[in-house]
Design a protein around this ligand. Structure first.
Ligand code: ADP
Ligand code: MG
Length: 349
């Protein structure tokens, strides 16, 4: 798309455009050299030389579409390695597809490149995309590349498929349902704290584990696909805003309440070590977000089948509470006393 305001460019903007051009090949060279190879294997992408791509869902399936944007300084740190930024960008989107029980198939990518971006950065970014394309068996289908005088930003629109009418929803939880989550809670939050210089007292490999969980979260795609293949859950979503807030989202959408057992939350070894020193940290783990784990509610009689699917997909699945009648969402300790939570999750505004 042509930028008409460039006709009104100030001298500063002209100078900036020259700087950006010196660091990067032209838009179409970038697409040909770095993005087109990532579309190989997806015939509908038309080699990224056409106006748009085509895509059809297999018979009996419907498309699941989701988009998530990230901005430098808000969702990642300006110095974060480009390949890891790419992987996180993809994975936060794939996690949304998993939360719908969908099988991911491809994605569209919008990049807003700031003047500091050079070709080395783009190459590394695409290396990260390529790695996760292989990991999750998806292809780049199209996108847009623009320059920006503001901070670096990027957006992915991910496309998945699910059996017609079988996508997981936030509505549908029923009193008596068990609440389960994949993986462990709060590692992403702790990883960000490590990057900011906290927790220097724990072992270096624990610190690295937490940073990895923040920068390259596991999207629970295989487990999500297995849930979508023959639904056993009443409701589900991915945890991105904070566990308590997200359980609140399911509860509100389903017109129910929920009780979360603090003592039953799945905690990584690294997080356990930090909790031993500061038990209050538990509240932060369940309210800070950046987890990209799956949250589901299911009747008791399907739990063993769900656990079987978790095992098949190599995913830890832990029961953390139950859906109740009413509207109250609370976290209780071993003796059933309610914990005082305060803020339940992350919001931008
Ligand atoms: P138009 O001007 O017709 O909108 P563009 O010049 O923006 O087309 O893009 C040309 C082709 O390159 C399109 O197929 C588009 O999907 C693809 N493309 C552009 N930027 C990207 C990107 N960052 N990632 C993937 N594909 C891209
Ligand atoms: Mg375009």
């Amino acid at each position: 798309m042509v930028c008409w305001t460039s006709l009104l460019a100030t001298c500063d903007q002209v100078k900036w455009n020259q700087v950006a051009r010196a660091r990067l090949p032209g838009e179409f060279e970038l697409i040909e050299r770095y993005f087109a190879p990532l579309s190989r294997g997806a015939p509908g992408a038309l080699g990224l030389v056409d106006d748009a791509c085509t895509f059809s869902a297999p018979p009996g399936h419907e498309l699941v579409l989701t988009t998530d944007a990230v901005v430098s300084g808000i969702h990642f740190l300006p110095g974060d390695p480009a390949d890891r930024v790419a992987q996180k960008l993809l994975r936060v989107n794939l996690s949304d597809l998993a939360g719908k029980g969908a099988k991911p198939v491809g994605y569209l990518l919008t990049l807003g490149l700031d003047p500091a971006i050079d070709e080395t950065w783009v190459a590394k970014f695409c290396e990260g995309l390529g790695r996760d394309q292989s990991e999750y068996n998806i292809h780049l289908l199209g996108g847009d590349t623009v320059s920006t005088p503001g901070p670096l930003f990027m957006s992915v629109t991910a496309i998945g498929t699910v059996l017609q009418g079988q996508s997981l929803r936030r509505t549908g939880a029923k009193p008596g349902d068990r609440i389960l989550m994949t993986g462990t809670i709060g590692d992403g939050y702790l990883g960000l704290r490590v990057l900011r210089g906290d927790f220097m007292g724990i072992a270096a490999d624990y610190r690295q584990f937490l940073v990895d969980r923040y920068q390259v979260p596991d999207a629970r795609v295989r487990f999500g696909e297995l849930i979508g293949a023959r639904p056993l859950c009443h409701a589900g979503m991915d945890i991105s805003d904070g566990l308590v807030a997200d359980i609140g989202h399911i509860a509100r959408a389903s017109n129910c309440g929920a009780i979360i057992q603090a003592a039953g939350l799945p905690i990584s070894k690294a997080a356990a070590e930090l909790l031993a020193e500061d038990p209050d940290l538990l509240i932060d783990l369940m309210t800070s977000g950046d987890d990209y784990e799956l949250l589901v509610t299911a009747p008791s009689d399907t739990i063993s089948e769900l656990q079987e699917r978790a095992k098949v997909s190599g995913t830890r699945l832990t029961e953390i509470g139950e859906v109740v009648a009413g509207k109250v969402v609370k976290v209780v300790d071993r003796s059933g006393d309610e914990l005082n939570i305060g803020r339940t999750g992350f919001t931008h505004f």
